[in-house]
Design a protein around this ligand. Structure first.
Ligand SMILES: C[S@@+](CC[C@H](N)C(=O)[O-])C[C@H]1O[C@@H](n2cnc3c(N)ncnc32)[C@H](O)[C@@H]1O
Length: 208
């Protein structure tokens, strides 16, 4: 998702208390020891904001690479107070420079599929990225993924297997699985795809 330039986006982002301005040097992001969950490619933030509202005892960080998208999440936060949520404008490429054994869970929702084979390394579930994530996790490494894209899903399952992740939960049609669905929080893309009747692929994997 790349939205056309939003006037004043940089200023809004730079002055928001929700945005971590120097993610590589700011060491203490939250004033407590609660678990930290992150979403890479959070888009306009619906998913991570809803999670933060529902779970005040979990800390959340939303990561997005484009100002024009991140600013939409920042604007949604103008009227609310969520001390357990922070946002970072950053490319996932840099993730290992920001976190060192701090993260509990990584969410990847409707990540860009990069369908061309020569771009497969850019997929956020490629072995290249899974290796990068290794050092960000505190203890067990947990990734929760949703996508509408069957090819990306199959590619991701192979990557997870190659990198020694074990499947804990899986569904090839999340909306037919009452158990997984009861705690599900929708993303912007998910709302669109579900309204069109597309199946949503879901997997939770863990590496010890
Ligand atoms: C298809 S959208 C999905 C947005 C949201 N997760 C949802 O489900 O509605 C993918 C988002 O990931 C962001 N993104 C893609 N590659 C990224 C990267 N390497 N680092 C950070 N964000 C990235 C894009 O800018 C875009 O906002």
């Amino acid at each position: 998702m790349r939205l056309k330039n939003v006037k004043g986006a940089k200023e809004i982002i730079n002055s928001s208390p929700y945005v971590i301005q120097n993610p590589k040097t700011d060491s203490k992001i939250f004033p407590n020891q609660n678990p930290i969950q992150i979403e890479i490619g959070m888009g306009k933030g619906d998913f991570i904001i809803e999670h933060a509202k529902k779970n005040p005892n979990i800390n959340y960080i939303g990561i997005e690479k484009f100002d024009s998208v991140l600013v939409r999440a920042v604007q949604k936060l103008h009227e609310v107070e969520l001390p357990n949520l922070k946002l970072i404008r950053m490319d996932a490429e840099e993730i290992a420079d920001c976190f060192n054994r701090e993260i509990d869970t990584l969410y990847l929702n409707f990540s860009d599929p990069w369908p061309k084979k020569r771009h497969s390394k850019r997929r956020l579930t490629s072995p290249y990225f899974l290796k990068k994530y290794d050092s960000i996790f505190k203890d067990k490494k947990q990734i929760i993924m949703k996508t509408d894209n069957r090819e990306l899903f199959e590619f991701s399952l192979i990557s997870f297997n190659e990198e020694n992740y074990q499947i804990k939960e899986i569904s090839f049609d999340l909306y037919q699985n009452e158990e997984y669905l009861k705690n599900n929080i929708q993303t912007e893309y998910e709302k669109k795809f579900v309204s069109k009747g597309f199946p949503i692929y879901y997997v939770k994997v863990v590496k010890k």
